[in-house]
Design a binder for this molecule. Sequence first.
Ligand code: GN1
Ligand code: MG
Length: 357
Amino acid sequence: MIPSIINIIISRFDIIKGDVDVVELTSGLINNSYKINISNSKSFLLQKINTSVFPEYDKLMTNVFKVSEHINKKLKSIKNIEYINADFYTTIDDRYYYKDNDNNIWRLSEFIENDSPDWEDKKTIASEAGKILATFHFLTNDIHTNSIYETIPGFHSIKLRWNKLLSLIKDNNSRYTESKNIFNKIRGFEHLINEFDDNFNSNSLPLRIVHNDPKLSNILFRNNRAISLIDPDTIMPGYLPIDFGDAIRSLCNTADENETNIEKVRFDIDSFKAFSKSYLEIMKSFLNSKELASLAIFPLIISLEQLIRFYTDYLEGDIYYQTNYLKHNLNRSRVQLKLLESMSAYFEQMQAFIMEN
Ligand code: GN1
Ligand code: MG
């Protein structure tokens, strides 16, 4: 349903003039998004920020504008970089967002048209995705990490997420008792949590600017080429292998993270190779040896983290991710679990490929 307030909100951003047609977009799991079409003009993306997930929306929008300005400047000074940056717009009173009378937070950006790539050509998609993530990392690699706020503290602290899950494992939670097998299987991957801690605590990975959500649906394509990485909400200081792992988690799954037929879910090593190769072509010279050595393990770590997050939300009664049916989060957990199981068998190959390329 399109809220009637939208026309009032649009009037707060004077960039939009003329008759509008509003279409709700449903692919994100957190914010509410609307495409604003204007006759004979470009389209806009209006989003209502989910303030329970992003209570630090003011800092978040400061990050978004800062990173966007930096990227635009760099794109102007270095020619031939294939990357489209979605511009954000300020309100008529020059703010980064509009707060309505119900304290909802709205922001507006350019809508970049995206045509669906040839899904059969998985290798090209993976290679293009590797290129676009590396381009984003290259474009942001000279932003000082202390100038960007950490808007969700511990966002990738898998230990915290694991402890949260453990606190929900109670025999009076019927969602748990009916899905114990999932939890027992998650337990089998506990060693990955320590693996992450070793990387995290030793301070051996340099702090960088990280996108934190480079999933396939956040990559835009045109004529089978990746042109942009959108959804800057979670840009924060962090560790590059996290982005690498998250992109692989989403891209190298032969099925979607919402797939209901678990049989379709597998890890695709060819996509992994295509992604890694094009990522390293751009970023290898910027990575230190620790980062390089951690790349292969992070797809496993981040798949486990996502599995823990979906399963935790299921046990909590679906309070975080938007769901479309009763066991949606449980099903998402099953998909991540199957992916992780399948990926684990390839770890040595993944590691060897990174080291050889
Ligand atoms: C959420 O809302 P969306 O779709 O951009 C989530 C990501 C998850 C992703 C899984 C702030 O992203 O961390 O990886 O779902 N964002 C937040 O699809 O938690
Ligand atoms: Mg996101």
